[in-house]
Design a protein around this ligand. Structure first.
Ligand SMILES: *[C@@H]1O[C@H](CO)[C@@H](O)[C@H](O)[C@H]1NC(C)=O
Ligand SMILES: *[C@@H]1O[C@H](CO)[C@@H](O)[C@H](O)[C@H]1NC(C)=O
Ligand SMILES: *[C@@H]1O[C@H](CO)[C@@H](O)[C@H](O)[C@H]1NC(C)=O
Ligand SMILES: *[C@@H]1O[C@H](CO)[C@@H](O)[C@H](O)[C@H]1NC(C)=O
Ligand SMILES: *[C@@H]1O[C@H](CO)[C@@H](O)[C@H](O)[C@H]1NC(C)=O
Ligand SMILES: *[C@@H]1O[C@H](CO)[C@@H](O)[C@H](O)[C@H]1NC(C)=O
Ligand SMILES: *[C@@H]1O[C@H](CO)[C@@H](O)[C@H](O)[C@H]1NC(C)=O
Ligand SMILES: *[C@@H]1O[C@H](CO)[C@@H](O)[C@H](O)[C@H]1NC(C)=O
Ligand SMILES: *[C@@H]1O[C@H](CO)[C@@H](O)[C@H](O)[C@H]1NC(C)=O
Length: 829
């Protein structure tokens, strides 16, 4: 983790205007704006569907485009259905498509004004007669605005690892008709355009008035030319936007019908956060109400967005040494409007100068000393506010994409009560270029997958008797494996599952499963080191034991899980092979093996305390992501040191999702299931009650922490009886104050007492008998960060160099850390 440099060059930024609009007495007064917006137009068109209305999963009514009145001559185009339905893809509007082989225009009669135009795509192959997703390249435009150009929905979805995608644009329409035209790319004679659904929803002035661009602070390395041009062109009226990201920070995703009238989707922000430092999330205190106003009416963002937040965390010392950052990739060559939504939702933060922070965009200061309460006219908590910034991303390095960074850090110079920062929502919009274009290039192509066929070759001329016997055998075999086959065969064949390997590729990679390449053996089968792509890339090849009955289910679970989850601290799936009833998974190769290989019974040199802490932090980050990054969260169920792998840079990666289960939904508190997992790590509560929660993983992780500290297995039958089970023995020693006697001798002189104390404290909490008494993975993560910091204060990048600041730090932690923790609602802790 690195700290921001405030490069003096950036101080000449164009902070064009102070955000005067927000210091306004009309805040939080009664207004008509406090109810959700009702759009004049709300059109949900189910393209390719027959006449009539269909209700989608989220309760919206979609009208078939045939006979809708918006689609003149549509009968001359093709309506088609996808050749497969990947799991989780909604029926409406994705299970029908409209296909265009020549340009086609939908005409929507509308009132003049700004509209959201949302396009939905499910890039499957379409039958009737035969349209392959990989041949589909097209453009889409509204009037003179190009929304998409040479667009491949397939490449876009693959790059995001999604089955289906939607694109949202907004265009200000000056006439009374909105023409939306699809044109197949002319450069390819097989190219076709397709669309599954179209939404047209009118919107109020959410992008500000005509002068908005003049008022909006412009940040960044732009030359005078582009700035002048931009200012000259600068009215929102004539500019179209594309939504690049819309995040409900610190809360769950919000679906179209949870929005305040504009049918926007707000995504969970957790996968956009940079590094291990994710802060804490929390909902609003019950006695805080969101007070909308004329300045921030409810349609700006719904209460579900302003009512949840992510802050840096309760430890001032930790907060001062990191920067909470969200990263969103964007196309170069465009301006972006970055909108940050804030609302103070902790009831006791009532006055200005309690929580003051700086906002950075791409490491440049966007706003210093921002104070939500002060900027909302000191009305108190619950008043929403948003800030807009505009930034240009030049195409200087020839890169077509770059990352946009939004970062927050406490503002020390204003000496606030809490050294903390928070955010409730984040939106990023791309602005059309001077030619009215919004389209960027396609993401790079992923390795194309091969389609394989199963067949049984029976040679002609085999005597009838032999043939008969063969047939009998074949039928018996088929029956015996019926279940396996149907399950494996029902894996969606779309390519978001990663690369599909043939068995011959796998055999080449592993020298026909050579024993000399075995790097591990587990319940599922053997793991081999292999070389693919001519041996240039190492992979780990996990071959399922074909006779293992439970294997099939776990094979499928793992593919499903891994293809949905991508994270720096999770092992990533390269692809799989299911040919010949094989169950083979191919992963990134982890050069440094398992964590356990570096702890005990090993030829490897002992790891330092710092290395161990970093690996614990990385893996905690992985488990935290599993628990909170997906909806519903995922319980790993087999947390142990052999499932924490280390890559060539010693980055910890969680592996083995074979046993994973989706975590409970909100309304039930546990998943009841047969007990699985590894001895020595099993949560006793889970074992007794067969109740599975995330806290079972926390328990096992507590065992891992003691394993790391003591350098011994979770279960060691060669030891005296009271020491066999590490969890029991460690707790016993902790209670008797003899924990330092069981610390790995290799660490004795390495650990600082404070760090040891913190570490043991959190490990002990993880092992609490009742799940509800255990901390969340997020809390474990934070405490481990602190243990690392206590061990090595300079570790988390350079501390911000404030003269005479060091002397203050300890008092901040001891006094304020505890005050602050009382402020937090339980979820955030
Ligand atoms: C707001 O409305 C409530 C009742 O609807 C009223 O009691 C209150 O005085 C109003 N406040 C202002 C500032 O107009
Ligand atoms: C279908 O839905 C549209 C609005 O989306 C509505 O105007 C129309 O009346 C509905 N038609 C039927 C047959 O329900
Ligand atoms: C929309 O398309 C129709 C038919 O193609 C055309 O007559 C009309 O002029 C277009 N309107 C606009 C505003 O582009
Ligand atoms: C759309 O543009 C017109 C002028 O062409 C302007 O008056 C209106 O405010 C704009 N609407 C929005 C929502 O930006
Ligand atoms: C909310 O309740 C807390 C005590 O639970 C109190 O300290 C705080 O002042 C209240 N805040 C508001 C805005 O009423
Ligand atoms: C911001 O600073 C960090 C640390 O110096 C650097 O790694 C990162 O690339 C920078 N981000 C941008 C967008 O310049
Ligand atoms: C960016 O610049 C490179 C050459 O410098 C060019 O090939 C590429 O087309 C440009 N991309 C965009 C999006 O303008
Ligand atoms: C967007 O395109 C329109 C029409 O081409 C143009 O008038 C406007 O200046 C463009 N906006 C920006 C920010 O370049
Ligand atoms: C269209 O996109 C594909 C895939 O990114 C690219 O290979 C091709 O060159 C593009 N065609 C044009 C005409 O830009």
């Amino acid at each position: 983790m690195k700290t921001h440099k405030r490069n003096p060059n950036w101080l000449s930024l164009l902070l064009v205007a102070v955000i005067t609009a927000f210091i306004d007495p009309t805040f939080a007064q009664n207004s008509t704006a406090t109810t959700a917006y009702v759009p004049a137009e709300m059109i949900f068109l189910d393209c390719g569907a027959s006449k009539g209305n269909q209700t989608s999963q989220d309760g919206l009514s979609w009208e078939g485009d045939v006979g809708s009145g918006y689609a003149l001559g549509i009968q001359k185009t093709v309506s088609a259905t996808p050749s497969d339905q990947a799991s989780g893809v909604p029926m409406v509007p994705y299970m029908t498509a409209r296909i265009f082989q020549t340009p086609y225009t939908y005409s929507f009669p509308v009132t003049p004004g700004r509209k959201f135009v949302r396009l939905h795509f499910y890039p499957s192959d379409y039958t009737n007669p035969d349209f392959r997703a990989s041949n589909s390249y097209f453009s889409a435009s509204v009037g003179s605005y190009t929304l998409l150009n040479n667009f491949s929905a397939l490449l876009t979805a693959q790059a995001l690892n999604y089955d289906y995608i939607s694109k949202e644009f907004s265009v200000n329409i000056s006439s009374s008709v909105l023409n939306l035209t699809f044109t197949p790319s002319p450069s390819n004679k097989n190219a076709f355009a397709f669309v599954n659904g179209i939404e047209i929803v009118s919107i109020p002035q959410i992008f500000g008035d005509v002068n908005n661009f003049i008022k909006t602070p412009l940040i960044g390395p732009m030359n005078d030319m582009t700035d002048t041009q931009f200012r000259a062109s600068g009215t929102t009226d004539k500019t179209a936007f594309e939504t690049v990201a819309r995040l409900n920070v610190g809360g769950a995703s919000v679906s179209a019908n949870g929005d305040s009238g504009l049918y926007r989707k707000w995504d969970d922000d957790s996968i956009y956060i940079y590094g291990a430092a994710v802060g804490v999330t929390y909902p609003k205190d019950p006695n805080v109400t969101i007070k909308y106003s004329d300045i921030v009416p409810e349609y700006i963002a719904p209460p579900m967005v302003y009512g949840t937040a992510r802050s840096m965390g309760p430890q001032a010392l930790v907060n001062l040494n990191y920067i909470l950052t969200w990263i969103v990739p964007v196309d170069t060559g465009f301006y972006y409007l970055v909108r940050l939504h804030f609302c103070e939702i902790i009831s006791t933060i009532t006055k200005s100068n309690m929580r003051v922070f700086d906002i950075f965009i791409n490491n440049m200061t966007a706003l210093e000393g921002f104070d939500v309460i002060a900027f909302t006219n000191q009305v108190g908590p619950g008043v929403p506010i948003y800030l807009d910034f505009i930034m240009f991303f030049p195409n200087t390095s020839g890169l077509s994409q770059q990352d946009l960074w939004v970062s927050l850090h406490p503002d020390i110079s204003s000496k606030p009560v809490f050294y903390d920062a928070e955010l409730n929502g984040l939106e990023i919009f791309k602005l059309n270029d001077s030619n009215g274009n919004l389209a960027g290039p396609n993401p790079p192509m992923k390795v194309k997958q091969k389609h394989i066929q199963h067949f049984l070759a029976i040679e002609i001329g085999v005597p009838a008797a032999v043939l008969f016997i063969l047939l009998l055998l074949f039928m018996a075999l088929r029956r015996w494996r019926q279940e396996e086959k149907t399950i494996v065969a029902s894996l969606p064949s779309s390519s978001n599952q990663g690369r599909l390997f043939s068995i011959s590729e796998i055999k080449t990679a592993t020298r026909d499963f050579s024993e000399s390449l075995v790097i591990g053996v587990g319940g599922f089968g053997k793991v081999y080191r292999g070389g693919i792509d001519g041996g240039s890339t190492y992979v780990a090849v996990k071959r399922g034991n074909r006779l293992s009955g439970q294997g099939v289910h776990e094979f499928r679970t793992e593919i499903d899980m891994l293809s949905k989850l991508r994270h720096r601290h999770l092992v990533s799936l390269v692809g799989y092979c299911n040919e010949n009833y094989e169950m083979i998974l191919v992963y990134d190769y982890m050069a440094n093996g398992t964590f356990r290989d570096h702890l005990y019974k090993t030829q490897n040199p002992p790891l330092t305390w710092k290395q161990r802490l970093e690996i614990c932090i990385g893996s905690a980050r992985g488990f935290h992501y599993l628990h909170t990054g997906a909806k519903p969260g995922i319980i790993h169920r087999d947390v142990k040191t052999t499932n924490i792998l280390l890559d060539d840079k010693w980055v910890a990666k969680v592996s083995d999702f074979g046993l994973s289960k989706a975590a409970p939904e909100l309304d039930c508190t546990h998943v009841s299931t047969a007990v699985k997992g590894s001895f020595g790590y099993l949560d006793p509560e889970y074992y007794r009650k067969q109740r599975l929660t995330e806290k079972s993983d926390v328990y096992s992780f507590g065992v891992v922490l003691f394993e790391v500290l003591c350098g011994r297995p979770a279960l060691d039958r060669s030891l005296p009886e009271e020491q066999v089970i590490l969890a029991d023995w460690a707790l016993h020693c902790k209670r008797n104050g003899t924990i330092d006697q069981i610390v790995d001798p290799n660490l004795k002189d390495d650990i600082s007492p404070d760090s040891l104390e913190k570490f043991v404290e959190i490990a002990e909490k993880c092992l609490a008998g009742l799940g509800i008494e255990r901390p969340s993975m997020g809390d474990v993560l934070w405490n481990l960060e602190l243990a690392l910091h206590l061990h090595d204060p300079v570790e988390k990048g350079e501390p911000i160099s404030i003269p005479s600041y060091d002397g203050m730090m300890s008092s901040i932690v001891t006094t304020e850390g505890s005050v602050f923790s009382e402020l937090r609602s339980p979820k955030g802790r």
